[in-house]
Design a protein. Structure first.
Length: 271
């Protein structure tokens, strides 16, 4: 919701794919060929739009689709995948640029344009950032930001007038990847990071990935129980924060759907 509300105001036209399909990641451990085919098929569907840029707001999907572009260069199964796509009248285009929310706003739109678009500067707001593992690792694969010292999300927040803080646990995982196999460990990772953020006495945490949002926002109470701490950390997507700075109504940004105490963060902005 927040991506659809904010991007057009920054002169980015969003064109939906003809189908909504899985990136392939959930089946990768079961059938790698099927996973690669699904990821390549997403890229083939982009051709039907006539566009050569693909926005992938999910970290896990972004990693999977970016990785398959590299895989297709040397994979023995590449020819088989291309032939299967032809049966549907689809063609694989290896030149499609895959963007994430963070780098398309930072590198393409640019910080200066963001600053100029702000109608309600988020002054006096201090937040912690969580970039997420899969848009910065692994380093050999071209990723959204530096793996050891990612700064783009922080700079995007600073462009809205808010302050960000560095902290020791900044690059720690949200735990989402362990949800199915080791649920307690997943909640422990999320809870430990939220506990660290809460100790910073910031106004909230900003994320850009649906999996990370699920762990820190929707499962915050469970995560707190797992680590023995009562957690009360507002967690929002960057595009929700951006929308508030652009003066967009909070319901259009889906803030009423967040399950963490985002009203505390909103109240700070409204002061």
């Amino acid at each position: 919701m927040s991506v659809r509300e904010t991007f057009p105001r920054l002169d980015i036209e969003l064109v939906d794919l003809s189908e909504v399909i899985c990136c392939g990641d959930p089946v990768k451990s079961v059938n790698e060929f099927a996973a690669n085919f699904l990821a390549v098929r997403v890229l083939a569907l982009v051709n039907l739009t006539g566009q050569d840029n693909l926005l992938v707001p999910c970290n896990r999907c972004h990693f999977t689709i970016s990785e398959v572009q590299e895989t297709m260069k040397n994979s023995k199964s590449a020819h088989k995948i291309i032939e299967l796509l032809k049966q549907e009248g689809l063609d694989y285009n290896s030149n499609i640029k895959v963007w994430h929310t963070i780098d398309i706003l930072h590198d393409l739109v640019g910080l200066e344009k963001l600053r100029q678009a702000v109608k309600k500067p988020l002054k006096d707001l201090k937040v912690a950032t969580h970039v997420g593992c899969q848009i910065i690792r692994y380093s050999d694969l071209q990723r959204v930001d530096d793996a050891e010292n990612p700064r783009k999300l922080d700079e995007l927040i600073n462009a809205l007038g808010a302050e960000t803080v560095d902290y020791a646990e900044k690059l720690d995982c949200c735990g989402a990847a362990l949800t199915r196999s080791h649920p307690d460990s997943a909640l422990s990772l999320a809870g430990s990071k939220l506990k660290a953020v809460q100790s910073l006495r910031v106004d909230g945490m900003v994320v850009s990935c649906p999996d990370c949002q699920l762990m820190f926002d929707a499962r915050q109470k469970e995560a707190g129980t797992t680590v023995g701490t009562k957690l009360n950390v507002p967690v929002v997507y960057y595009t929700q924060l951006l929308g508030l700075a652009l003066g967009i109504d909070e319901k259009k940004l889906g803030l009423d759907l967040n399950q963490s105490p985002v009203d505390q963060l909103q109240a700070k902005i409204c002061v």
